[in-house]
Design a protein around this ligand. Structure first.
Ligand code: ATP
Length: 393
């Protein structure tokens, strides 16, 4: 009896110990979880601390200067700072691909080149040019049959059928120069050939290159061609090319030197690509007389196409293009072109717009002969007011 009592008490103690052990184990597990969480938090805080430390260290570093490399001499470069000062600087050893024309980062104190800026990241050029896939087709050009034919041969055919030129064994021109009075359709021709070849159309205005982006002209020219290559097939249309390529007066002014540098870069780019690369250049000018002949030398823009004011037949063709969508009543287009002597394509288009306005003013939804007569007078008057320069073009 006594024995049974002792064993029952022992069993009870044993159960109590077991329960305590279970509790301790549970507590241990919970604590284990907390330790893991605390360790994770610790690692996170350590990372945040390191980041903050790095950021602080970066903020304390002096900023690097952005400069342009104008020439290279073995492991040294002549770099030009934005203020125009030039320095003869060391190039960091690991930078073995720095070239003249590159944008680089230089140390503020030593002015040595420490990093090359990736041109693509630095390419702001897309902001300065018009980049489009034009919708103008050959049908939208009135007259200019001979000119269209030539542009097709020189620009369209090599872009569409380069193999043909390889088989025949001739090299097509790299580009053409369109010259003639304002508003005669030079830009229109360039856009239409871009449309027919599904090429990217990159338009730059020569005067803007040298006036708006002072000190940047040569670099922009380089970047425009890099952009054209990356978007090929592409057509680079340089309007007012005379602003870059006029015969230089050698006045020795800094503006003159800048234009010269930009022009030299343009020549270098023209020389640098192959005739069958699918990038073509179309230059346009109203002033062939002042153009530096270097630009039209063989291998450059050596095909010259004159785009003159339309004759009577040409004017009729242009007028027909522009009245195609107009609601006309009793209009004799032949009679109209007879009194539009010396009108350019742009002026003929302006006549159509003005005639439409005369109709609107009289609350009509169709345009009559008299609207055109008044519009022609108005355009003539505006041109005379303006003097020699044409306002429609
Ligand atoms: P600029 O020398 O002033 O740059 P441009 O010769 O490049 O002038 P465009 O810009 O092509 O002239 O012409 C201006 C507008 O005039 C065109 O958008 C078009 O509407 C009209 N135009 C000019 N020529 C023609 C043409 N032959 N056929 C139809 N439209 C024309």
């Amino acid at each position: 009896m006594e024995e049974t009592k002792v064993s029952a008490e022992k069993q009870l103690d044993f159960n109590i110990i077991n329960a305590s052990l279970d509790k301790l184990e549970e507590e241990n597990r919970v604590l284990g979880g907390s330790v893991v969480r605390l360790e994770e938090e610790n690692a996170m805080l350590r990372e945040m601390f390191n980041n903050a430390n790095n950021e602080l260290a970066n903020l304390k570093k002096p900023a690097l200067l952005v400069a342009d490399v104008t020439s290279i001499d073995k492991d040294k470069a002549i770099v030009k700072l934005p203020n125009g000062n030039k320095f003869y600087s060391y190039i960091a050893q690991e930078l073995n691909d720095v070239q003249a024309g590159d944008a680089v980062l230089v140390d503020q104190k030593s002015l040595n080149v420490v990093q090359r800026l990736d041109v693509n990241n630095n390419l702001e050029v897309e902001k300065f040019v018009i980049l489009e896939k034009p919708s103008e087709s050959w049908k939208e050009i009135g007259g200019l049959k001979k000119e269209i034919q030539e542009v097709k041969e020189v620009i369209e055919l090599p872009l569409k059928k380069p193999k043909l030129f390889e088989r025949i064994g001739i090299q097509p021109p790299k580009g053409v120069l369109l010259y003639g009075p304002p508003g005669t359709g030079k830009t229109l021709l360039a856009k239409a050939v871009a449309h027919s070849t599904n090429a990217t159309f990159i338009e730059v205005v020569g005067s803007e290159l040298v006036q708006k982006f002072i000190g940047e002209g040569a670099k922009l020219v380089k970047e425009i061609f890099a952009l054209a290559r990356s978007k090929a097939p592409a057509i680079v249309f340089i309007d007012e090319i005379d602003a870059l390529a006029a015969i230089r007066m050698d006045t020795g002014t800094s503006g003159e030197r800048e234009v010269n540098r930009t022009f030299m870069q343009l020549l270098a780019e023209l020389d640098g690509f192959k005739p069958l690369d699918n990038v073509k250049i179309i230059g346009a000018t109203n002033r062939l007389d002042i153009l530096d002949k270097a630009i039209i030398r063989p291998g450059r823009l050596d095909r010259l196409i004159e785009v003159s004011l339309p004759d009577e037949e040409g004017r009729l063709d242009v007028l027909k293009v522009h009245v195609r969508k107009m609601n006309l009543q009793s209009v004799d287009v032949k009679e109209l072109v007879g009194v539009m002597e010396d009108f350019s394509g742009a002026e003929i288009r302006a006549v159509c717009t003005e005639a439409g306005y005369f109709a609107i003013r009289e609350n009509r939804e169709f345009v009559m002969q008299d609207d055109f007569v008044k519009a022609i007078e108005k355009v003539k008057f505006l041109e005379e007011e303006e003097g020699a320069g044409r306002i429609f073009g």
